[in-house]
Design a protein around this ligand. Structure first.
Ligand code: HEC
Length: 202
């Protein structure tokens, strides 16, 4: 009788373990399917995303406030009309959403066949792709940091706070440079590639 109970108990235990591992396997299958679905999406590359969305939008934010010098001396520049403020706000929104696009997995660094413009300083795109895969959490942290300064920029824009916007622009550049240093030209020493520079900040 004891033996029978023991056998029954171990059968129940076995059933429990089996159903637990079945559930785990099912979850894994679901996760794999989700990953495949993401991979099935048509994505452009990080290079394209930088070129089409992140970089031109950052230029609008950086260009909105600063100082210019002309024959009459030094002037502060800032958006004046509602339309000008709206233009900067749209750029900040693109930076926030561009960060979401950076957070999407499965994006290659650059289109096939693209070569580093400064080999030995900037990694080749397949090397960048591999580095991001290996350090995904770090890459995502930079993308989230970019998104956070994007939200700060929107708040400063809505308050028409030009001093804050200038300061946020500086921190945004640090985020750009931080990610580029980690994933694009990890061996490089400052000054970094000129393409990375904020136009009206010295
Ligand atoms: C999460 C990481 C990350 C952040 C944040 C980031 N970048 Fe990039 N960026 C990259 C990587 C990686 C490349 C290299 C892509 C390649 O060449 O394969 C790149 C490339 C570029 C390029 C070159 C594009 C080209 O056509 O060759 C520009 C310009 C650029 N980034 C601007 C910016 C600016 C401006 C910011 C901040 C507002 C920024 N990036 C923020 C990862 C990032």
């Amino acid at each position: 009788m004891k033996k029978l109970i023991a056998t029954a108990l171990s059968l129940i235990a076995l059933a429990l373990v089996t159903s637990a591992s079945l559930a785990v396997a099912q979850q894994r299958a679901k996760a794999n399917a989700a990953a495949e679905a993401v991979q099935g999406r048509k994505l452009t590359t990080i290079k394209d995303l930088m070129d089409s969305i992140v970089d031109p939008s950052a230029d609008v934010v950086w260009g909105a406030v600063g100082t210019v010098m002309d024959q009459d001396g030094v002037h502060d520049t800032f958006p004046k009309t509602a339309e000008e403020w709206l233009n900067v706000r749209r750029a900040a929104i693109r930076i926030i959403e561009g960060s979401n696009l950076l957070l999407m997995p499965g994006r290659e660094a650059a289109p096939p066949g693209t070569k580093s413009e400064t080999p030995g300083v900037e990694l080749e795109p397949p090397e960048i792709t591999a580095l991001i895969k290996k350090n995904r959490r770090n890459f995502d942290a930079f993308a989230r940091a970019l998104q956070a300064v994007g939200f700060e920029a929107v708040r400063a824009i809505d308050a028409q706070d030009t001093a804050a916007l200038l300061e946020i622009g500086g921190r945004m550049q640090d985020v750009c440079e931080g990610c580029h240093q980690a994933f694009w030209y990890p061996g490089a020493k400052p000054p970094y590639p000129i393409r990375d520079q904020q136009p009206n900040r010295k």
